[in-house]
Design a protein around this ligand. Structure first.
Ligand SMILES: [Zn+2]
Length: 160
């Protein structure tokens, strides 16, 4: 059975609502939509790159390191494996989806964080998956995204 990414409540496939491809319960979906709408209105898109620079732009001001953490319970993984294996045809598909969701959530939060600082871009973006101790049943997977928020200007054309 699917679960709400925000409050981790189980929801049926009929009840689940998707916001940016991430499934939520009805209540959290509503909160998320409001949040996303407000965020989109207030912030211009932020460039995210793994490299230390952005091609064609110059960094004028480093604003600081930004990071975001998204924790997923291992039971969520197990539930998903057990629930959808027959439908989607394999563990790896379900696992891919969970990792994709968690990666997206971590990057979204990183962008929001950089947006708060007034950044134009995040450079040197890195993503880590860490399994927190908890010995099997209570274990969590922590997804950590980090990067450096920066201000950019277009590089002037080189004089001939
Ligand atoms: Zn929820």
């Amino acid at each position: 059975m699917p679960y709400c990414r925000s409050c981790q409540t189980r929801v049926t496939t009929l009840e689940i609502e998707y916001v940016n491809d991430i499934g939520y319960c009805r209540h959290c979906a509503e909160d998320e939509r409001k949040y996303v709408t407000r965020f989109r209105k207030s912030v211009t898109p932020i460039i995210m790159v793994t490299t230390p620079n952005v091609a064609g732009r110059e960094i004028t001001e480093p604003l600081g390191i930004v990071s975001s953490q998204v924790a997923f319970g291992m039971n969520v993984f197990r539930d998903i494996f057990a629930g959808v294996r027959d439908i989607v045809g394999g563990r790896s598909d379900a696992q891919q989806k969970v990792f994709a969701d968690s990666r997206k959530a971590a990057f979204d939060e990183l962008m929001i964080e950089a947006g708060r600082l007034g950044a134009d871009a995040i450079v040197g973006v890195d993503l880590d998956f860490t399994e927190l101790s908890g010995g099997g049943k209570g274990g969590m997977v922590l997804v950590v995204a980090t990067g450096t928020a920066v201000k950019l200007v277009a590089v002037p054309e080189a004089a001939e």
